[in-house]
Each structure stands twice: as structure tokens, then as C-alpha cells.
Design a protein around this ligand. Structure first.
Ligand code: AOS
Ligand code: ZN
Ligand code: ZN
Length: 426
């Protein structure tokens, strides 16, 4: 943990320039009828959960190159998220993965979460790997398996996740299935869907009434001929059959190239089934890179749909769970997460700047150029001073990555935890 004095000292040399930039932007926005302080309040409020599995160095199936100093226990993972949240005030919850994060000392964890000002976001089941003590293999699927005993084991695992989450005050259970097939004919496509639906219904019955169940889709990988839940339509129909507490989860990397993700987001929001996001950056598929690194305009367009829907009084208000789901195999994971949150907040801020009345007018008049210009105006505004001010007002660092480096955090973590600490990064 950094001390308040440390954060103050890290911000001090940046303050003069920050004020200059912020005042300029606030004036500019005021001329356009936008209140910078109102925007900052919305940014401060916006929180993105950090998954426990993104804190260690990730890898590919070819190799892994650990950064060192990675968290070795759930407690250390909570410590890392606490540190991120100190720096940016925008990551006040952590998502857990079972069995990697089975909680042992519940009272101690509650105490630690309280000290760090954090809560548990979602519980995430794992039926994509076999564990040592497990009776049945998931080689041919889990909730969709042809073998009833396999399905029962997978159902029980999901129910266990909910139970662990209840102990820790979580309210969201996320299901991502690796189930599918690699070859034509291997699996009966319709029956696999029906078995999945039935299994999910049993898990759903165990869901406490104030919880949400998120169903994630993915078009390919680890199965390459068919995935049982490949697209938002499949997730959506499963949610419809389960009940109100089931919602679709959109992972940005889980679309085939060139998919219009913002349209999917708008559609789901309209249908009242948009439950959450897994943010990451993707060039080809499930790349799990830094959110907004290569496609910032796409990220902005997604936020544009969200902000538009939130301001639409004809739609019912909805709670959307925002989380990063990334694998950091090139960068220091904590720096990568800070960058991701920064890009997310920037995209959100830009979406808040869109002149919605003018956009609607241009759309109604079929003025294509004007409509696009309105989006471009917002997207091309440098909102970094707004985001920095939001960090500062939340008690964080004006420039979180800079502060992280200057405070020498990674070197300290390596000194405490070792150069080759084992981690569970994907
Ligand atoms: C896998 O591709 C999905 O993105 C999952 O959401 C996630 O990475 C996994 O469930 C981690 O446990
Ligand atoms: Zn995901
Ligand atoms: Zn993924």
C-alpha cells in the first residue's frame, strides 16, 4: 500500500501542468454547455472490476515469461487490486476464480477487503480444466456433456462457486463454457444446447434471489468446429429460458473479426439482457490484450451505445457489471491493468461528451456527415485531463502508471514475493 503522503508527493510535480490542461478543457466544455465537474463525478463513480487471474503474468500455450513478484495467494491478489484502486480509485472490486481462489479464512478476507476498500465482484466457475481431485473429466464438455455424471459434477462446481461467493458477499456468478466440438459429427448440436440449458437451469435454481447469473459466449477456442454457446443469440435464448436474473455477458474478444460489437451491446441493452462486460483488446480473437490499445474508436462506440441507452427514459435502468478480462504476457500486469482502466474511462468520458440532441437531429434528417462529425468531435477531444482529475478527486494519482513506476512497486513486490512466484494468470 502507498501512503497518502507518497501519493501527494507523486502528484506534486504534475499539478501545475494538470491545472493548465484541465482549466482549458473545462472552459472549452463550458462554452459547449457541458459541465466538467458533472462529468468528473460520473467518472469517479465508474468502477471496473479486476479479475484475480489477470494479476499474474499470463502466457500462451507456447510459453510464459513471468514479471516476478506476482501474487501467491488470494490475500496477495486482494492486496494488488487494493494498490491499483489506490492509484486510480476506479477498481474497487475483484472477481474470483474457483478453484484458483478458494477462500480459506473467510473472516480474515472480509477484514482485508474492508481495509482495502474493496468488494468481491463476480464468481467465475472453471469447467474448462480438470483438477487433480476431480472424479470425471471435462475433456468432452461439462454442462453439455453426454455423460450425466460429468454434468452433475459441473453443476455442483457452479453451485459451490455461488456458495463461496455468498460467504464473501459477491452477487454475480459468471459462466463461461469451453464446451463444444472439434469435428463435424462429434457432437449433436441441438442436444448439446438442450443439455446445457437443463444444467444451467439447475444452477440457476441455486442462485440467491439478489444475484445475477452472467452467461458468456465465445465463437471458437478451445473448440474449433462448434462452441455450445458461440454467440449472443445463444446466450440470450438461454437467459430467456432461465429467468430474469440471467443476463448476457459481452467479452470484447469473443467475436469474429469485424463484428459490430456496439450494435450487439445496444441490442442487448434494449432487450434488457445486457448483464456485463469483459473488457480487453483484440486484433484477431480472444487476444486478451490491453483494452482500447488498438481499437480505441470501437471502445468509444461501445460506450456511446451504453451512455445513449442510459439516457433513454423509455428503457428500464440496468446494472451492468464491468470487468477487465485480459492476459498480460508482454507488459507488467499491473501497468497493463492501469492502462486498460485509463482507456476505458477515456472512452466513457468521450461518450459522455456526445451531443445527443444534435446527433438525433442529424440522424432523423439523414445527415450522415453531420452525424459522423458529432461522434468525431467527441472522440477526438483529449479527455485525459478529465480522467486525471477524476483520479485525483478519488484520492489517487494524476498519472497512475507513472506513479506506479516512480514508487518502484514492482521491485518491492519482487523483493517480497520473489522473482519466480507461481501465479495463476491465464
Ligand atoms: C475465456 O475465454 C473467457 O474469456 C473467460 O471469461 C475467462 O477468461 C475465464 O473464465 C477465466 O476463468
Ligand atoms: Zn471473458
Ligand atoms: Zn476470453
Amino acid at each position: 500500500m502507498l501512503t497518502e503522503d507518497q501519493l501527494h508527493d507523486l502528484n506534486q510535480p504534475l499539478l501545475a501542468e494538470h491545472h493548465l490542461q484541465f482549466d482549458y478543457l473545462a472552459d472549452l466544455l463550458a462554452r459547449r454547455g457541458q459541465d466538467a465537474h458533472q462529468l468528473i463525478l460520473q467518472l469517479v463513480e465508474f468502477q471496473v472490476a479486476i479479475p484475480s487471474w489477470a494479476l499474474g503474468t499470463g502466457g500462451t500455450r507456447f510459453g510464459r515469461f513471468p514479471a516476478g513478484g506476482e501474487p501467491r495467494s488470494l490475500e496477495e491478489k486482494i492486496g494488488d487490486v487494493g494498490l491499483l484502486n489506490q492509484l486510480n480509485g476506479s477498481s474497487n472490486s475483484i472477481s474470483l476464480h474457483i478453484p484458483w481462489d478458494i477462500p480459506q479464512d473467510i473472516a480474515g478476507l472480509h477484514q482485508l477487503l474492508k481495509e482495502q476498500g474493496l468488494s468481491i465482484d463476480s464468481m467465475n466457475s472453471n469447467t474448462f480444466q480438470d483438477q487433480k481431485e476431480q472424479a470425471h473429466t471435462y475433456k468432452f464438455g461439462s454442462l453439455s456433456a453426454t455423460d450425466r455424471a460429468v454434468r452433475e459434477q459441473a453443476i455442483q462446481h457452479n453451485i459451490d462457486c455461488i456458495r463461496y461467493g455468498t460467504d464473501l458477499g459477491a452477487k454475480v456468478h459468471t459462466v463461461w463454457l469451453a464446451d463444444g466440438s472439434n469435428f463435424p459429427g462429434q457432437s449433436h448440436l441441438r442436444r448439446a444446447y438442450l443439455r446445457t440449458q437443463e444444467s444451467l437451469a439447475t444452477v440457476y435454481e441455486a442462485l440467491p434471489s439478489d444475484w445475477t447469473m452472467l452467461i458468456e459466449y465465445k465463437p471458437y477456442e478451445p473448440n474449433f468446429y462448434s462452441m455450445v454457446i458461440p454467440d449472443w443469440g445463444t446466450s440470450y435464448t438461454l437467459c430467456q429460458s432461465l429467468g430474469k436474473q440471467a443476463q448476457v455477458l459481452v467479452d470484447l474478444g469473443h467475436h469474429l473479426p469485424n463484428t459490430n460489437i456496439e450494435q450487439i451491446v445496444g441490442r442487448l441493452r434494449q432487450l434488457g439482457r445486457l448483464g456485463g462486460f469483459h473488457f480487453n483488446g483484440s486484433g484477431y480473437g480472444d487476444d486478451d490484450l490491453t483494452t482500447g490499445s488498438a481499437k480505441p474508436f470501437q471502445l468509444f462506440l461501445i460506450f456511446n451505445e451504453l451512455v445513449d441507452a442510459n439516457q433513454d427514459t423509455s428503457l428500464t435502468a440496468s446494472t451492468v457489471a464491468y470487468m477487465i478480462d485480459a492476459s498480460h504476457n508482454t507488459k507488467d500486469p499491473l501497468e497493463d491493468l492501469l492502462q486498460s482502466v485509463d482507456n476505458i474511462l477515456g472512452a466513457y468520458a468521450k461518450a459522455l461528451l456526445v451531443d445527443r440532441a444534435a446527433l438525433q437531429e442529424a440522424q432523423e434528417a439523414n445527415d450522415t456527415v453531420r452525424a459522423e462529425e458529432i461522434l468525431r468531435d467527441a472522440f477526438l477531444t483529449d479527455v485525459r485531463p478529465l480522467v486525471a482529475e477524476a483520479y485525483r478527486q478519488a484520492g489517487g494519482a494524476l498519472h497512475p502508471v507513472k506513479a506506479y513506476r516512480e514508487a518502484g512497486v514492482r521491485a518491492q513486490l519482487i523483493a517480497q514475493r520473489g522473482k519466480f512466484s507461481l501465479s495463476t494468470g491465464l
